[in-house]
Design a protein around this ligand. Structure first.
Ligand code: HEC
Length: 250
C-alpha cells in the first residue's frame, strides 16, 4: 500500500480517538447525574490517550524520516501541519504533567484537552485529510495518472539533446549529490529509497515505471514523480539538463 495512503488511514484512527477522548471527557465533567461508571470512563480516557500518543509517535516517525530523506523545503501546508503537530505534542506533555504532578492547575486540564482535540483536527486536516480528499479516498493516487501527465509534459514539446561537455556533467554531479543521492545509488542498480541509477539512460526502460529510458521521461519524473518521489518541478530546466548530462555518464 502507498505509504501516504497508509498514514492517512492511520490519521483517521487519530480522529476517531479524538472523538472518544472528547466523549469520555464530556461524560466525566459535563453531566450532573452520571450515565456511566466514572472510574471506567477515566480508565477509557487514559487508555485512549496512550493509544493516541503511540499512534502520534508512529506517524511522526514516518513524517520526520521523509523530511530527513528529502531535505526539501516544507510547503505551506506541511509547515502548518508541523506546527499543529508540535503544538499537540507540547499540550499533551503539559496535560500529563498537570495530571501527574502539578495538581494545583487541575482546573486547566479540560481546556487543554479541548485545545488538543481542536488542534488535532487542524493537524489531520492539513495532511491525511487533504491527501484523502485530493486522491478521492485513495482511489486516485498519482500512479494511476502517469499516462495522462506524461502526455501533458510531452505536449509541451520538450525535445532534449543530452549535453556531454565536462562542465555540464560536473554541475549535474554536484546537483545529484545535493538532491538525489540520499535516495538513489549512482553506482549500482540496488534500491535505497528509490532505484539505483547505474546505466539508467543505457537500459531500454526506466526501472520503476517501465517507461522508455529517455531524458524526456526522466524530466517528467522530476516534474510529476511516479509515486513516492518528491517533485523537483521548481528546479530550473538548465539544472535538470545538467542532471541528465550526469545520469548519461552512469
Ligand atoms: C526522497 C527520496 C528521493 C529523492 C530525493 C529523489 N528520488 Fe528519484 N525516486 C524515488 C523513488 C521512491 C522512486 C520510485 C518511483 C516513484 O516513487 O516515483 C524514484 C524513481 C526515480 C527514477 C525512475 C523513475 C521511473 O520511471 O522508473 C528516476 C529516473 C529518478 N528517481 C531520478 C531522480 C533524480 C534525478 C533525483 C534528484 C534530482 C531524485 N530522483 C531524487 C525517491 C527519490
Amino acid at each position: 500500500m502507498d505509504i501516504f495512503l497508509f498514514k492517512s488511514i492511520l490519521s483517521m484512527v487519530v480522529i476517531l480517538l479524538v472523538f472518544i477522548a472528547l466523549f469520555s471527557m464530556f461524560e466525566i465533567f459535563g453531566r450532573s447525574e452520571k450515565r456511566f461508571n466514572i472510574e471506567k470512563l477515566k480508565k477509557l480516557h487514559r487508555a485512549n490517550g496512550i493509544l493516541y500518543l503511540l499512534l502520534f509517535i508512529f506517524i511522526a516517525y514516518f513524517c520526520l524520516d521523509f523530511m530527513i530523506k528529502t531535505k526539501a523545503e516544507l510547503s505551506y501546508r506541511a509547515s502548518f501541519h508541523s506546527v499543529f503537530a508540535l503544538t499537540v505534542l507540547i499540550l499533551l506533555c503539559l496535560k500529563i504533567s498537570i495530571v501527574r504532578f502539578y495538581r494545583q492547575f487541575y482546573g486547566k486540564v479540560q481546556t487543554i484537552g479541548l485545545l488538543i482535540a481542536l488542534i488535532s483536527f487542524g493537524m489531520v486536516g492539513t495532511s491525511g485529510g487533504y491527501f484523502l480528499l485530493v486522491t478521492r479516498l485513495g482511489t486516485d493516487i498519482p500512479a494511476a495518472k502517469v499516462g495522462e501527465r506524461k502526455k501533458d509534459a510531452l505536449q509541451e514539446g520538450i525535445k532534449i539533446i543530452i549535453k556531454t561537455d565536462p562542465r555540464s556533467i560536473a554541475k549535474g554531479r554536484g546537483l545529484y549529490e545535493s538532491k538525489c543521492i540520499f535516495c538513489h545509488d549512482p553506482c549500482s542498480t540496488k534500491t535505497k529509497f528509490g532505484p539505483g541509477h547505474q546505466g539508467i539512460l543505457k537500459n531500454p526502460l526506466l526501472p520503476v515505471s517501465g517507461k522508455p529510458a529517455t531524458p524526456e521521461n526522466i524530466i517528467n519524473q522530476l516534474r510529476n514523480p511516479f509515486r513516492n518521489m518528491p517533485s523537483f518541478s521548481e528546479l530550473p530546466e538548465k539544472d535538470m539538463l545538467n542532471i541528465i548530462a550526469f545520469l548519461n555518464t552512469l
